[in-house]
Design a protein around this ligand. Structure first.
Ligand SMILES: Cc1cc2nc3c(=O)[nH]c(=O)nc-3n(C[C@H](O)[C@H](O)[C@H](O)COP(=O)(O)O)c2cc1C
Ligand code: SF4
Ligand code: SF4
Length: 259
């Protein structure tokens, strides 16, 4: 194929980015040049517009939030137009389940004019705790994502654009992730400013990092990036969910692909 390969992703803690890029690597067999479209940070999402057409392919990588597509990403994707291009949803979830996040993204992309002949769900370390899905995607996950990309390339090369039928329900599960629960800042904070810099919502005041706006989506980018472990959800309901996950969701889950 001679068109564009757009690797579009929203990835506060980087696992969706890693996975989407691995899928794109597998698709490289099509001989297309990959273009990064990082929608993680607010300025990139605001006013986002991208028009693709026949012969183009979009890989769309995103974390599963409460069994759904993160709302901020769904909103940004209103600026994406397919016009007969192909799109491949790549959902990354924290080893609990992806529920309806693949069917929801397949619907969003079909509505935008894309053919959706493949979709995949992969595992990433859980945003809320390093003890669930620890260090994933690991080498085996990356290998599976590259292999999935290659299988999609083979399907496209055969001219087969038949729609994938990913696991999931319609109507989708109710969206429960609009908490909002904001992280707290402990006395270990050195005011380095890293957390404000990485926040996808611009929710942390760079002049006073203890001030976190209610637009926080609990993505945990700040928590995982803080070099002093001074940003934390300890004592908030997010911490309660993390403990529930540590009790119930540590058994390793494997990638699921639909072609
Ligand atoms: C608000 C929120 C809700 C989440 N809901 C789910 C979920 O329903 N199922 C699941 O397995 N993981 C869930 N996760 C975990 C993320 O999907 C997972 O850690 C993913 O790898 C994060 O992607 P990223 O590194 O690209 O940010 C949730 C994370 C957040 C922040
Ligand atoms: S990253 Fe951590 S140490 Fe640095 S300003 Fe934020 S909370 Fe403080
Ligand atoms: S303040 Fe909220 S939205 Fe911003 S990085 Fe931290 S958890 Fe994510």
């Amino acid at each position: 194929m001679t068109g564009k390969l757009a690797v579009i992703y929203f990835s506060p803690t980087h696992t969706s980015r890693t996975t989407a890029l691995a899928v794109a690597e597998g698709l490289a067999e099509l001989g297309m040049e990959a273009q990064d479209v990082d929608l993680t940070m607010a300025p990139a999402r605001e006013g986002f517009a991208l028009e693709l057409g026949e012969g183009d392919v979009a890989v769309v990588g995103y974390p599963v939030y409460a069994g759904r597509v993160p709302r901020v990403l769904a909103e940004a994707l209103a600026g994406l137009a397919g016009e007969g291009a192909v799109a491949v949803p790549v959902a990354v979830y924290g080893n609990r389940d992806f529920d309806d996040a693949l069917v929801e993204m397949a619907d969003i992309l079909a509505e935008a004019g894309f053919a959706v002949p493949a979709a995949g769900a992969f595992v990433g370390e859980h945003s809320f705790t390093r003890l669930v899905g620890t260090d994933r995607p690991d080498a085996a996950d990356v290998e599976a994502a590259v292999a999935f990309g290659a299988a999609v390339a083979a399907k496209l090369a055969a001219g087969d654009l038949s729609a994938a039928e990913p696991r999931g329900n319609r109507p989708y599960t109710d969206y429960q992730a609009d908490l909002p629960f904001m992280p707290v800042t402990t006395d270990a904070c050195t005011d380095c400013g890293v957390c404000a810099h990485v926040c996808p919502m611009g929710a942390i005041d760079p002049a006073d990092v203890r001030r976190v706006d209610e637009c926080c989506i609990s993505c945990c980018a700040c928590v995982k990036a803080c070099p002093e472990a001074a940003k934390t959800f300890e004592g908030t309901p997010v911490d309660g969910v993390a403990h529930m996950l540590q009790e119930n969701c540590v058994a390793r889950r494997e990638p699921e692909t639909f072609l």
